[in-house]
Each structure stands twice: as C-alpha cells, then as structure tokens.
Design a protein around this ligand. Structure first.
Ligand code: ADP
Length: 488
C-alpha cells in the first residue's frame, strides 16, 4: 500500500483513516501488508518510534536531471498497530504541511510512488497487490508497465487504484514530463491530455490499474456519470467490470461511545443518560447555555464547497435567530466559510460553538454531545462522520449522495425503520426541509429514541469491509491473464 496520508501520523481527511484501517485489519487477518507513506515534518515525533531499515538506507533516485536522496524507516502504527514504512526525504517532505498545493506536489508524490516500487526491489519482496490511493500514487500502474517492467519481481503483481475523491486529480503541465521522469511513459498517457499540454495522474491510473476501487457502491456509480465523474467518467466507463465500490468501515475501537477514552462519560444504546449528561457538560465547558430541550446540531468538516457549507450559510441563521437549535462546529478550510462560522458564533453567543482548526478530541466530543449531525454534501465519496454519528446516537442529516446514501436510511415514523434524515436536492430548500423534519421528530421523544437506537445498532466494522477487499483481491489474482485494457 502506498498512501500520502496515514492516521494518526498525517491526516487531512478520510484517506488517512482508510489506509490506516486497511493496514491494521489486513495485517491482523494474517496478510503481509507493507505500507509506505512520507515522513512529513508535521508528523508528531511522539507518534513515531522509527527504526532504520538496514537495506533501505542511503537510497538514490534519479528524476530528470536531479538525484533525490532518501531513506526508509519502519515504525509501528500507534496503538499496537503493525509496522509501516516511512519515506524520509526532508528536501521533499519538510514543507510545514502535507500538501503544498503547487506543482511541486506532483514531483513529491511521484517520488513516493517510485520509492514504493523500489522498496520492494531492495527487499526482494514480490507483492501480490500494489494498492495505490488517489492521484498521488496513481502513476504506479504505469511505472510497473514501463520503468520497472523488466523486473520479474513484479510479474505476478496486480495494481489496484483506490479513488477516495475524484475531485483531486493531480494535473500538471507536459513541460514537467522530463522533470518527473515520465518521458518513458509518454505512450501510456492520454493523447488528448498531451495535446492540451497536460498530464492527469488520476486519469492515468484509471486507464492502467488492473482494478479500480472506490469507497462506496453509490460513488462507484456516480463517478461513471458525466455529472459525477469530473471529467473522468468516460475513462471509468471504458473499464467495465473493473470499478468496484466498497463502503469504508469504522474503527469501533476508536469510535464507540461505550469505550471512547476521549469522552467524559461512556454511554450505550441501552442507557443514553451518559449522552445527555455529556451534552450538558460539553455546553458548559464550551460556553454554551445548556438546554436539554434544545437540539444541538454538530458539524465536523473540511470547509470546501463539497461539504455544503453554502447551504448551511443560507439555512442555519434563521434557525438560530429563532432559537430553535444550538450548533457545535469544528473545522477549517476556505476562509469565507471560516468567517461565516466566526460570525454566527459571535452573533449567537451561547447558542453556537465554533472551533476553527483540527482537533481529534473535539471531533469525538461533538459526535457524542450533539443530537444531530449535519452533512449536506454536494457529493461525498463515502463520508465517515455519518457512520460515527450513527454509533454515537447522533442522528445524521445527510444529502442522498455517494456513501451518505449508502449508509444512512431515511427514517419512516410509521414503520419505525430507518437511521437518519435524508434529503435529495442540493439546495437550501432541501436542507431546510431536513432540519424541520429533524426538529419535529426531536419533539417526539419516543420516535427520536427509536431513531437513535436504530442507528446505534448499525455495523460498519472494518472486519466486514476488509473481508470484501480480500475477496476482490483474490478474484483479481485468480485471473490467468491480466485484464486487457481497451484504448479509448
Ligand atoms: P473527507 O475525507 O472528505 O474530509 P470524511 O468524512 O471521509 O471526509 O473524513 C473526514 C475525517 O476527518 C473524519 O474522521 C473526521 O472526523 C475528520 N475531520 C475532519 N475535519 C476535522 C477537524 N477539523 N478536526 C478533527 N477531525 C476532523
């Protein structure tokens, strides 16, 4: 496995959780999984107990006119996890953040991708599956077919590209081909892209990986539509039977109110009193007026357009103005969204809590304290917080898209079935309807308890989801011939 993020070492989103969980659970199931990730300067040194791997020191990679010097160490993932490999290359990864957002990122992650392949060579280790994640490592399938094709070590290796979010594609100019060491791969790059003077990492991966996975069945369907594919739908449609959606799992050792060390009071579906008390404490601690009758809505999010913050901006102030709910928000991102939350936290003091930034502790506390959780996303490949919310008895209010639609079922008060509030249209009317529905249900204590308990019973454990990956990998390895990839 090769990933630009692994929790808890380096994380900006779900990719980090998923790669960490897959390594943990596949290793626990007895598979020999070796994961390579960069050792960024932002990784908290307290989380690393790294040991140099003797055969992986003083390594060199030639890229264009430059030689990159690096080393690979091993460190156990915190909390009794398996060892993972850390790519040490300060010249590339000491940038004060995980992604720099400039063209240099394509170079940094090209080095990561090739280092993963070369690490196998130095170890004389022949993986069955090379599992790459998102655009950062999407060139691996092409590298295996070109630069490293001579090496029999990879003769039986199959490449799998996991798409966690198709919105990020890693696009750079063809003037960088040489600097990225891609000259030899030119014939496998998309001709239209080349003609337009660009290279698209994710498209390249989609065209050449033996298998493409994504993080929910719904998202697997959506990205094959022109609307959801963000320019890559045709490439995905050209790979029939090769795009599979598997819903992400939840690490219930970390996300379960029965044994969450970050919560002041544990609780369970049987006894929700700890949730009520936790809400009261949270409100007092965070300077909000505690009021058990007033629902508290939670938000933990990256502030980008995708997450539906614009809808919240249109809809929430009216609810707050009328004193119909309280709000606890944790997140950071685009400045105009941050300033919206700062403004309402100021205006509705005592009713709105906003922490601008990243905080693992607050994420858990908000999940537990809130009565309902808002995820009005425009699109959501899988989403994790709605699944955490379910386990915490925090009713998710989601838009019917991607993994949100796969994991939250609309509550029907007549049958008493369903786990959340689901709205269809990505507009203010949709979110307003969903909030009104939630507030009405909240008044009906019996219905609300039922809804909470339905959610708490859901099981999205990684054990289950990992077994699906294993079955898929086995199927792929059982194919006698690698799949023929049609040209477009
Ligand atoms: P995405 O990957 O698009 O950001 P996901 O729902 O798949 O969305 O994953 C988000 C993950 O990041 C969750 O584990 C969530 O709790 C966490 N997260 C997002 N923002 C913050 C934050 N500000 N502080 C702590 N955790 C956060």
């Amino acid at each position: 496995m090769v990933s630009s993020e692994v929790a808890p070492l380096a994380k900006t989103g779900g990719l980090a959780d998923v790669s960490a969980a897959l390594v943990r659970y596949l290793s626990a199931a007895g598979h020999d999984v070796r994961l390579l990730t960069p050792c960024y300067d932002v990784v908290d040194p307290a989380l690393i107990e790294s040991e140099p791997v003797p055969e992986l020191q003083d390594l060199r990679m030639d890229l264009g006119d430059e030689s990159i010097h690096y080393a690979i160490d091993a460190t156990p993932l915190p909390d009794r996890g398996p060892a993972v490999y850390l790519l040490r290359c300060p010249a590339l990864f000491d940038r004060g953040r995980i992604y720099t957002g400039d063209h240099d990122d394509t170079r940094r992650f090209t080095v990561l991708s090739r280092a993963a392949i070369e690490m196998c060579q130095h170890m004389g280790w022949s993986p069955h599956i090379m599992h790459c994640n998102d655009w950062h490592t999407a060139l691996i399938p092409v590298f295996l077919k070109t630069l490293y094709q001579w090496d029999r070590l990879f003769a039986a290796t199959r490449s799998v590209l996991a798409i966690h979010n198709i919105a990020y594609q890693g696009v750079t100019g063809t003037d960088r081909l040489e600097a990225l060491g891609l000259d030899e791969c030119r014939h496998l790059l998309d001709e239209n892209d080349l003609a337009a003077g660009r290279v698209n990492f994710l498209r390249t991966g989609i065209r050449h990986a033996d298998l493409i996975t994504t993080v929910s069945p719904g998202y697997a369907r959506e990205i094959r539509t022109d609307e959801g594919g963000m320019g890559l739908a045709a490439d995905l449609r050209a790979r029939p039977g090769r795009v599979v959606g598997i819903l992400n799992g939840v690490d219930y050792r970390v996300w379960d109110p029965r044994n969450d060390p970050l919560l002041p009071i544990a609780y369970s579906a049987k006894d929700l009193s700890g949730k009520r008390e936790g809400k009261q404490r949270f409100c007092i601690e965070q300077g909000m007026n505690p009021d058990p009758d007033l629902p508290l809505a939670g938000v933990v999010s990256r502030f980008t357009w995708q997450k539906g913050i614009d809808l919240m901006r249109e809809v929430l102030p009216r609810f707050l103005e009328r004193g119909r709910l309280q709000l606890a928000v944790l997140g950071a991102g685009e400045e105009h969204y941050e300033s919206f939350f700062h403004t309402i936290a100021e205006r509705y003091r005592g009713r709105v809590f906003f922490h601008c930034g990243y905080s693992e502790v607050l994420a858990h506390r908000i999940e537990a304290a809130a009565d309902m959780f808002l995820m009005p996303s425009a699109f959501e490949p899988c989403g994790l917080n709605q699944m955490y919310s379910l386990r915490y008895g925090t009713v998710p209010i989601v838009r019917a898209t991607g993994g949100l639609a796969d994991s939250v079922h609309p509550f029907d008060p007549d049958s008493g079935e369903g786990t959340g509030i689901v709205f269809e249209h990505f507009d203010a009317g949709g979110l307003r309807w969903a909030l009104e529905t939630a507030l009405a249900l909240y008044e009906d204590r019996a219905a609300w308890r039922k809804l909470q308990r339905n959610g708490m019973r859901e099981d999205f454990s990684w054990e289950r989801q990992t077994a699906r990956y294993v079955a898929l990998f086995r199927e792929l390895l059982a194919e006698t011939e690698p799949p023929v990839i049609p040209s477009r």
